[in-house]
Design a protein around this ligand. Structure first.
Ligand code: ADP
Length: 407
């Protein structure tokens, strides 16, 4: 079975065509600058790389270009579209309704549209992608896989904010959490690597890329996570502030005469390590290089970044009344021995953790990096959200599960 995985952003589409018989990616790529002059498609077929520069006005045109590339004689990997058995879409916000992936029907589209007020930047392009795919690949089953779904297992004590309850009832203001597909995959892989049942483990999954979140996964279920009502809460990110005192928001609005849109932009796009380095760097590689070279601004930003991660690990060890494993993933988590070493050796010794520095000196490997006698295991687990989306899609289509069975 061949599954096309699609991830539509506001001006981009990421895609991957997977052969599910052996779970390999046949081709993958990224189309950027949709609706902006200078659109560019980067396509990979095995080790071969291609680039198409052609203006693309909207998501439908973009998906059309991607499909044409997949069936192209030179760049393609299939003869025609009849080889695409199913399509899996990453959808950012499933609200409280979707606690698992679901076959897309008209009713599901309406519900995703109804959740768009919770994710105004993300759900509308997701819906555009779904509708365009339906037109371009009529009759091909489609599945929605939600970033929020894995965290729907959280208890109300973890997801409610201590603000007047009526705002939860009126506007559904609560913690949802994101990166759920990644946390779910990494927790499951951690159990496989440790050769222990997931249902018996307490795992902290640390997803740190440009966006960053951390989750407490107890016995296979997410019981808490650092992103909240939006992806702004929690860890310090490339350009997002993470946790701050909420009183800073009206204070800054008054002092600087900022509109809600402007303050939101500052907290999402100009904060995080970018803000801490006075607007110089949002890429952790540059901050790490600077910190190692002795630049005090980079050192301070890195110190704050790692300190916040360590605080959340402590909090989630408490939330689960113990922890068996801590797994690092995503761009920084997978590729930065320096970050992992600092977090573990500076802050986590009290948990009985010792790092095997030789094992830790590794990029994008899947392995245990704590010593044999470490009471809590520390791992690197490269994430694979596309594979989870493709697996869910295959399962739902093969078992012919419909929306009613899942709800
Ligand atoms: P996104 O949240 O956009 O999916 P990724 O998970 O791809 O992000 O992570 C991208 C980030 O990973 C980059 O911004 C960079 O800061 C970080 N990164 C990649 N490689 C390294 C490395 N070797 N050391 C430190 N950070 C790295």
């Amino acid at each position: 079975m061949k599954v096309l995985v699609i991830n539509c952003g506001s001006s981009s589409i990421k895609y991957q065509l997977l052969e599910m018989d052996n779970e390999t990616a046949l081709a993958k790529g990224l189309l950027e600058r949709i609706g902006i002059p200078g659109s560019r498609l980067k396509h990979k077929k095995g080790a071969d790389k291609y680039e198409i520069n052609r203006d693309v006005a909207n998501h439908k045109e973009g998906l059309n270009l991607i499909i044409s590339t997949l069936i192209d004689e030179k760049m393609g990997v299939i003869r025609d579209t009849s080889e695409i058995d199913a399509v899996g879409h990453r959808v950012v916000h499933g609200g409280e309704l979707f606690a698992s992936s679901v076959r897309i029907t008209d009713r599901v589209i309406k519900e995703i549209e109804a959740n768009a007020f919770l994710a105004p930047l993300h759900n509308p392009p997701n819906i555009q992608g779904i509708k365009a795919t339906m037109e371009l690949l009529p009759g091909v089953p489609q599945v929605a896989v939600f970033d929020t779904a894995f965290h729907q297992s959280m208890d109300s004590k973890a997801y409610l904010y201590a603000i007047p309850y009526e705002y939860y009832e009126k506007y559904k203001i609560r913690r949802y959490g994101f990166h759920g597909t990644s946390h779910r995959y990494v927790a499951a892989r951690t159990a496989v690597i440790l050769k222990k049942p997931l249902e018996e483990l307490k795992i902290i999954t640390v997803h740190i890329g440009n966006g960053a979140s951390i989750a407490a996964v107890k016995h296979g279920k997410s019981i808490d996570t650092s992103m909240g009502f939006t992806p702004l809460e929690g860890l310090i990110m490339g350009t997002r502030s993470g946790d701050i005192d909420p009183a800073i928001v009206p204070f800054l609005q008054e002092q600087e005469g900022l509109s809600p849109k402007e303050i939101t932009e500052i907290l999402n796009k100009k904060s995080g390590v970018l803000g801490l380095t006075r607007g110089q760097y949002s890429d952790m590689r540059e901050i790490e290089d600077g910190a190692i070279a002795g630049d005090p601004i980079c050192k301070l930003a890195h110190d704050i970044y790692e300190y916040r991660i360590a605080k959340y690990i402590g909090a989630y060890a408490a939330a689960m009344n113990g922890v068996d494993a801590i797994s690092f993933t995503a761009g920084v988590g997978e590729n930065s021995p320096y970050l992992r070493k600092n977090v573990v050796t500076k802050y986590l010794g009290y948990l009985g953790i010792t790092l095997d520095e030789k094992e830790n000196d590794c990029k994008a490997c899947e392995k245990i990096i704590s010593t044999h006698d470490s009471t809590v295991k520390v791992l690197i687990v490269p994430t694979n959200e596309e594979l989870v989306i493709a697996r869910d899609t295959k399962e739902i289509v093969e078992k012919n599960l419909n929306e009613l069975k899942l709800w």
